[in-house]
Design a protein around this ligand. Structure first.
Ligand SMILES: Cc1ncc(COP(=O)(O)O)c(C=O)c1O
Length: 407
């Protein structure tokens, strides 16, 4: 029987293509299966596995009380976990967020999907900083939003200019998305910029979606807590992840906090999409937050990540001297600008990333998928490999360029 072509695929999904990001993350497994030596600078994966004691505790609980461990859960999430988060936000940010304003999500990604879905209608305008986490661009297309953006340039330590922010945040803006510490640039947005954004949002009545997925992954400086700025409690929707700070990306768990009215709307939407987030994962997060395991894990990994960051930065300077590279104070990524090399090769960063993976087994994420300002950059995750492998992988990028140049 000849299969008929599918009758219709919605315009909503046809407007965006599968991201090279996901394809390149899958490429790592493909190369490994083919028996290749792989240097993966791709996914923002934690560098060390989660705390062993928490894994043990969660499994013990599952065996002792399987019914409660695997049952359905309320859409907003386990009350004990939301109470623990309320205390955690007080402890780290000095902010008062009651459990009624917290909702557990299936990863930070679900948090910002819901946040944008409940605050915008098709045709509305949002502001993104450019470059930014690639999913935001595709999500904006999916939700049929217009995007205004401000470039974040390496010369400015990836801080957007005041002038641009003042120009793009207007009465027409439905929401601004701010990621800090950032992906892919790893910069921490300065307190001054965040105050300006808060003021502009307030003056123009704009939602602020603050993606704080990396708030605990900081080597120098501090996370900026904006919940208490001016009228932020009325307009801030904070998106958080458990993927980085307690290292459970595969468990798909995060949380969001914001005004009760918005959390209610987000819960309504979650109720018809995922119903609730993984219950075993919620128990895991609960134990990580209430037994000191989160602190223990961060204390262990941050010095390791810092040393890996330094090694990756030094290797880029050594092997790719014509690249512009900035040493970030946080997060998991270097974001060097390889324009001089790519221009000489006459190659765009996406083609470069695919060819590099096939030729050398070095998997990087091309910068242009994070926005126009990311063109000719590469995102290099520095937390997942020890120093010598980081150096070797980066030396192979240089070797690949040399071989291409000499052809
Ligand atoms: C800025 C940013 N926000 C959100 C996420 C999503 O995290 P999660 O795994 O919790 O969905 C990521 C993942 O890398 C990210 O980089």
């Amino acid at each position: 029987m000849v299969l008929k072509t599918l009758r219709k695929i919605s315009r909503r999904v046809s407007v965006f293509q599968p991201s090279p990001h996901r394809k390149l993350v899958a490429k790592v497994d493909e190369l490994l299966r083919a028996g290749r030596e792989v240097y993966s600078f791709s996914a923002g994966q934690p560098g060390l596995p989660p705390d062993e004691e928490v894994i043990r505790k969660t499994f013990e609980h599952a065996l002792k009380d399987p019914f409660n461990h695997y049952r359905y859960m309320s859409t907003r999430g386990m009350m004990q976990l939301r109470e623990a988060l309320s205390q955690d936000l007080k402890k780290y940010g000095g902010i008062d967020v009651p459990p009624s304003r917290i909702m557990i999500t299936s990863g930070g990604v679900e948090g910002f999907n819901l946040a944008l879905a409940v605050t915008t209608d098709p045709g509305d305008e949002i502001v993104l900083l450019d470059p930014t986490y690639s999913v935001y661009w595709d999500l904006a297309k999916y939700l049929q939003l217009k995007v205004k953006s401000c470039p974040q340039l390496i010369e400015d330590g990836f801080q957007p200019s005041d002038e641009c922010l003042e120009q793009v945040i207007t009465k027409n803006t439905a929401a601004i998305v701010v990621v800090s510490p950032d992906n892919p640039t790893s910069r921490i947005l300065s307190e001054k910029k965040l105050r300006l954004i808060a003021d502009l949002a307030s003056d123009n009545d704009v939602w602020v979606i603050y993606d704080e997925a990396y708030k605990h992954v900081i080597y120098e400086g501090q996370h900026v807590w904006i919940h208490d700025y001016g009228d932020m409690p009325e307009r801030l929707i904070s998106v958080n992840s458990f993927s980085k700070d307690i290292a459970i990306p595969g468990f798909r768990l995060g949380y969001t906090y914001g005004p009760e009215k918005i959390i209610n709307e987000m819960a309504k939407l979650k109720g018809i999409t995922t119903i609730s987030s993984s219950v075993p994962a919620q128990w895991f997060a609960y134990y990580a937050l209430t037994t000191g395991a989160k602190e223990r894990y961060l204390k262990k990994v941050l010095p390791i990540y810092r040393s890996r960051r330094d090694a990756a930065y030094n290797a880029v300077r050594k092997y790719l001297p014509e690249a512009k590279v900035w040493k970030p104070p946080a997060s998991m990524y270097l974001f060097p600008d390889l324009s001089p090399y790519l221009e000489k090769l006459g190659m765009d960063d996406i083609t470069f990333a695919y060819q590099l993976a096939d030729a050398k087994g070095v998997v990087v994420i091309p910068g242009s998928i994070f926005g126009r300002a990311g063109k000719n950059h590469l995102r290099l995750t520095f937390v997942t490999q020890p120093e010598e492998r980081l150096e070797k992988g980066i030396s192979l990028i240089a070797e690949f360029i040399e071989e291409k140049e000499s052809k």
